[in-house]
Design a protein around this ligand. Structure first.
Ligand SMILES: O=C(O)c1ccccc1NCC(=O)[C@H](O)[C@H](O)COP(=O)(O)O
Length: 229
């Protein structure tokens, strides 16, 4: 299962978390968020990170020009869109050379018809709990709502995931499920992740690679990944 750690900004913390070899790390570019990267995020640091850890910029209803400016500035691999971005904007971003994750806030139900126009223009979906903020609410939704998922786009499951859920996550089988996105459940302060707690969580979810040195673990995961795809 792939793992994404979202909402980082401080250099030392980015390096610590990257050392755990997540599949994705996320940076919040929405100024309204308490995890907004502001001026603290260092361009040269991001560009020096290993390519195996894909860098995701998170945006909320921002223009294509602004998003692509940040993609270029920080060398982002994907953008994650948490507002009312249209399929046309997703297509524009992809044409601009960046991968697209479209996030959907889930309340009492999932309207799969709304997702359909996005299938041809997104690399991944992300399902998150609806709440007062566009993301990072720290609450979960009823994951069973995804039992009926039948679209071709793989998705990340997000919202209120915390260290105590390891056993539940390890056994979770849902159609289309690609990985888990974690954020506030692993923070000691906004945008500051507890690397020790994340390390344990990663080891529990990736038991076969926990005992290996980092490089061997990464090679083992790459071979599992190519076998799965
Ligand atoms: O985290 C934020 O502050 C945020 C603000 C605006 C848009 C998106 C945001 N986060 C995006 C994420 O991918 C989060 O990891 C996801 O919403 C889950 O967060 P949490 O419930 O805290 O685990």
């Amino acid at each position: 299962m792939r793992l994404k750690v979202c909402g980082l900004r401080q250099a030392g913390n980015i390096l610590e978390v990257t050392g755990l070899e997540p599949d994705f790390i996320g940076f919040i570019f929405s100024p309204q968020s308490k995890r907004f990267v502001g001026e603290e995020l260092r361009q040269e640091l991001l560009k020096s990170l290993p390519a195996s850890v894909r860098k995701v910029g998170v945006f909320v209803d921002q223009s294509t020009a602004e998003i692509l400016r940040q993609v270029c500035r920080y060398g982002l691999d994907l953008v994650q869109l948490h507002g009312s971005e249209t399929p046309a904007q997703c297509a524009e971003l992809r044409a601009g050379g960046v991968g697209v994750i479209k996030a959907f806030a889930v309340g009492e139900a999932v309207d799969f018809a709304v997702l359909e126009p996005y299938t041809a223009v997104c690399d991944y979906f992300l399902f998150d709990a609806a709440g007062p903020q566009p993301g990072g609410n720290g609450t979960r939704f009823n994951w069973e709502l995804l039992r009926q998922y039948a679209l071709p786009v793989p998705y990340l499951l997000a919202g209120g995931i915390g260290p105590s859920m390891v056993a539940e996550l390890a056994h979770l089988r849902l159609p289309g499920l690609y990985g888990f996105d974690v954020n506030s459940g692993f923070e000691t302060a906004p945008a500051l992740k507890d690397a020790a707690v994340l390390r344990r969580f990663f080891a529990d979810l990736r038991p076969s690679s926990a005992a290996l040195p980092a490089s061997a673990a990464s090679a083992a995961r790459a071979s599992t990944t190519s076998a799965a795809n």
